[in-house]
Design a protein around this ligand. Structure first.
Ligand code: HEC
Length: 109
């Protein structure tokens, strides 16, 4: 294999293996989190009524759970963290739910 070709493959692997953080719009995600009432029950770090977004990030790190997490954020979720349920949030747009899930799964930073 030519050296140049090896280099191209290595570079491609670096890009593929990198954390997805580069594609996450953190500012928009954080705004969606702040503007949709999430903060009345969640903090980014630090426990509130529900788990912190960093705790959620830690639990699901590396797991293929994106679509499920989007659905749980919008439709509600219970029995995973404690006794209280996460309510169904129909006013939250699917776009915002996806943004927030992207952000959480990239570490909530
Ligand atoms: C009325 C309080 C309340 C509000 C408002 C709320 N949550 Fe929750 N949320 C909870 C509770 C309580 C849990 C833990 C549920 C459980 O034990 O499974 C939770 C769980 C979660 C989880 C973890 C789900 C899982 O599958 O492990 C995420 C992510 C989450 N909430 C995001 C959000 C976002 C984003 C918003 C705003 C759009 C929001 N929550 C609004 C109370 C709330």
């Amino acid at each position: 294999m030519k050296p140049m070709f090896k280099f191209a493959i290595a570079a491609a692997l670096v890009v593929v293996g990198a954390s997805p953080a580069w594609s996450v719009d953190k500012v928009a995600a954080k705004a969606a989190f702040d503007n949709n009432g999430c903060t009345s029950c969640h903090q980014v770090s630090g426990t509130s009524v529900g788990p912190s977004m960093r705790e959620v990030a830690k639990r699901y790190k590396g797991k293929k759970i994106h679509a499920e997490l989007v659905a749980r954020i919008r439709d509600g979720s219970a029995g995973r963290w404690g006794d209280l349920p996460h309510p169904s949030l129909e006013t939250l747009s699917p776009v915002d739910a996806r943004l927030i899930a992207d952000w959480i799964l990239a570490g909530a930073r």
